[in-house]
Design a binder for this molecule. Structure first.
Ligand code: UGA
Length: 465
């Protein structure tokens, strides 16, 4: 099948590569000329585990091509997938659909009497499919097409794995012809994974499923984070608690890892968009709202805690609360930051809790020095943090973060941080304090080396007890 994909970001590119591997002829379209030029020269524009190998394979076989020209890209396509960004609008916070509607308007004149399916993969508010359909029909009443919803459930960093191991494929359409076309698209994948269910629902249900799934997962994380706070105070261990509840199949074991709060370009945006949509419909989604607000507060309080400990180490005992920490400008303190990406396996820093924590620290204590390292996200982080160039030292390895530092803070759950040479850090730090917001380091070893170690939900926070 000839498939055209509009948008070459974290959704469009892995989807394109995956569909090429299933045997389809894929053309990726993007209006960013520099991105397309790089992709045409076999240079990936994002980091995604396992993407490079399949990308190289299908580019060299000619199964995967790239263009900036919409007309050329859509010519002969039986399926057009829209995978453009729908970021939160800077003023209203609602999903910004301008890129999506622009894509629909550009698709319309390219459609003709040959049957085409236009599938929205971008996460869009309920009812957007109706709007896409009316844009197309208005511009080109002769277009023979069905507009469907085809949400994606790929995790960044694991997008290729998830593409080939789906739990379900949700198709939002009432059209038999469209359902048949999507069934044949995924036929090679279903042959490998007969347990994967094709779920055919209405377009509005499909659009809602995407928001409901992300909001429920975000709520699960927020729940375990609050339980981690509870464990710290009650002396319980969050991992024992997570196992104890996760073994109940109605709850499930995944997404019960505590941390500094959830982030990324999906959960914060989608919970916020669902909350706003519900308000418009006059529905009170109190749980989603509490998750959203609670997560924001968590990120801020995690940052405040770093400032308070830094102040305590440099300036005597910290005053309690945000005001106390805010009165101190951070002069002389050095904090080592491990991780900037919003999670492991990706170079993506958008809405990263780590980046928000860094930003908060530097706003409240502008003279603090941060020594930062991330295995993949340094370039993206540098662009976002360019305004803070004086206070941030970008180093080349995890252990270099420790040089002269008062505190070591783990902010992203990179597996390799577990292997950090704590002996080396102990020798190079000014004060031996660890705030491990991802529980990646060994508390036992840290204590043996004389560190003050504080994890999340471990019940043995020796900065407090
Ligand atoms: C999420 C969903 O998991 C995907 O199913 C969905 O397709 C995607 O959004 C999307 O809408 O496009 P993603 O944002 O890539 O995927 O990342 P996740 O692995 O879900 O992690 C999100 C955030 O939650 C990260 O900050 C991560 O560190 C945090 N997290 C995740 C935890 O703190 N604890 C956990 O147990 C799991």
């Amino acid at each position: 099948m000839k498939v055209a994909i509009i948008g070459t970001g974290y959704v469009g590119l892995p989807t394109g590569v995956g569909l090429a591997e299933l045997g389809h002829q894929v053309i990726c379209i993007d209006n960013d000329e520099s991105k397309i030029a790089k992709l045409r020269h076999s240079q990936l524009t994002i980091y995604e585990h396992g993407l490079q190998e399949l990308f190289d394979k299908h580019v060299s076989l000619g199964h995967l091509t790239f263009t900036t020209n919409m007309k050329e890209g859509l010519s002969g396509a039986q399926l057009i997938i829209i995978a453009v960004g729908t970021p939160p609008h800077p003023i209203t916070n609602e999903a910004d659909l301008s890129y999506l509607y622009e894509a629909a308007a550009q698709i319309a004149p390219c459609l003709n009497s040959s049957y085409t399916v236009v599938a929205t993969k971008s996460t869009v508010p309920v009812g957007t499919g109706d709007e896409v359909e009316s844009i197309i029909n208005h511009i080109n009443p002769q277009a023979n097409c069905d507009v469907i919803s085809l949400p994606e459930f790929l995790r960044e960093g694991y997008a290729i794995y998830d593409f080939f191991h789906p739990d379900r494929i949700v198709v939002g359409s009432d059209s038999t012809q469209a359902k048949k076309l999507i069934a044949s698209l995924y036929e090679p994948l279903l042959a490998l994974h007969p347990h994967c269910q094709m779920l055919y629902v209405s377009r509005r249900s499909s659009e809602t499923i995407k928001y409901a799934a992300n909001s429920l997962l975000a709520t699960k994380i927020h729940f375990i984070n609050e339980m981690a706070d509870f464990c710290e105070q009650s002396g319980a261990d969050i991992y024992e608690v997570a196992s104890g509840i996760g073994l109940d199949q109605r709850i499930g074991k995944s997404f019960l890892n505590p941390g500094p709060g959830f982030g990324g370009s999906c959960f914060p945006k989608d919970t916020m968009a669902l909350d706003l949509m519900a308000q418009k419909y006059g529905v009170n989604l109190s749980l989603v709202h509490a998750t959203l607000e609670g997560n924001k507060q968590r990120i801020t309080s995690m940052a405040q805690r770093i400032i308070q400990v830094a102040k305590q180490l440099n300036d005597g005992p910290a005053e309690a609360g945000a005001a106390g920490a805010g009165a101190w400008d951070g002069t002389g303190a050095v904090v080592g930051i491990l991780g900037l990406a919003f999670k492991n396996g990706t170079d993506d820093c958008r809405f990263s809790p780590a980046m928000q924590i860094v930003d908060h620290i530097l706003k409240v204590a502008p003279n603090i020095t941060l020594r930062v390292f991330d295995p993949k996200a340094m370039d993206n982080a540098k662009k976002i943090l360019s305004g803070y160039s004086k206070q941030i030292v970008y180093v080349n390895s995890a252990q270099e973060v420790s040089h002269g530092a008062d505190i070591l803070v783990v902010l992203t759950e990179w597996g390799e941080f577990s292997n950090l040479d704590l002996n080396y850090c102990a020798l190079h730090m000014r004060h031996k304090v660890i705030l491990d917001y991802r529980n990646k380091l060994s508390m036992r070893l840290a204590h043996e080396l004389g560190f003050s170690y504080s994890g999340v939900g471990l019940g043995t926070d020796d900065l407090h007890h």
